[in-house]
Design a protein around this ligand. Structure first.
Ligand SMILES: Cc1cc2nc3c(=O)[nH]c(=O)nc-3n(C[C@H](O)[C@H](O)[C@H](O)COP(=O)(O)O)c2cc1C
Length: 194
């Protein structure tokens, strides 16, 4: 088996597509952290930029949309999924993007970052853990969450108090990298046949 030091390809999935959404503010903060971290190659899939039918019809439009998404998911060694909380769960558009894919998620780690009102999106995170378990993906233990997210960032999109979220993100990404490297090596050693 070859143990590679190649950078870990991490695809950030931006889970909100709501008109006027807050998601990009959190996504930009996360992406900056990911770019600053040595050994990571970040990529982005934004649900708002995907046009996937809810019917799972393999239309020409769906095929065109998938051509911009699926390769970024397939190539990833690991994922960071950013989700808001809508009615105690995660958005429908994010579920649709997840459900359009299967093998792309398999045997890969998923880190979860959430934001919302009072709950900080923690209920959305716990629901996503169940979904990713079904897809043979592993969610990492530690998360980053923003309660009343709008109040945590200033008008320029900078965190007012970056120390806490920064430390939480470091812990989460440390875990993601450990799992990402480990599972990449495991896939090289033995194809996943479960
Ligand atoms: C339809 C809807 C339902 C929501 N439900 C919750 C909720 O259950 N818990 C919560 O903490 N915040 C809830 N919120 C607040 C959102 O999490 C918050 O506005 C967040 O910024 C939404 O993300 P977005 O702006 O990227 O779409 C809800 C917002 C919407 C639009």
């Amino acid at each position: 088996m070859q143990i590679t030091d190649a950078p870990l390809k991490v695809t950030l999935v931006v889970g909100s597509n709501r008109h006027g959404r807050f998601g990009p503010v959190v996504a930009d903060w996360l992406l900056d952290l990911m770019h600053d971290r040595e050994g990571l190659l970040p990529e982005v899939v934004d649900v708002a930029e995907t046009d996937l039918p809810m019917s799972f019809a393999r239309t020409r439009e769906a095929t065109a949309a998938l051509s911009g998404i699926s390769p970024k998911l397939a190539a990833a060694d690991a994922f960071v999924v950013l989700t808001p909380e809508y009615n105690h769960s995660y958005p429908a558009g994010l579920k649709n993007l997840i459900d359009w894919h299967y093998t792309e998620w398999q045997t890969k780690p998923v880190a979860l970052v959430s934001y919302g009102g009072m709950s900080g999106g923690l209920r959305a995170v716990e629901h996503l853990r169940q979904v990713f378990a079904e897809l043979h993906a592993v969610t990492v233990r530690d998360t980053v969450s923003f309660h009343n997210a709008g109040a945590s960032f200033d008008d320029e999109g900078r965190l007012k108090d970056p120390a806490g979220p920064g430390a939480a993100a470091k812990t989460m990404l440390d875990q993601l990298v450990w799992w990402g490297r480990g599972l990449r090596e495991a896939r090289e050693l033995r194809p996943y046949g479960a």
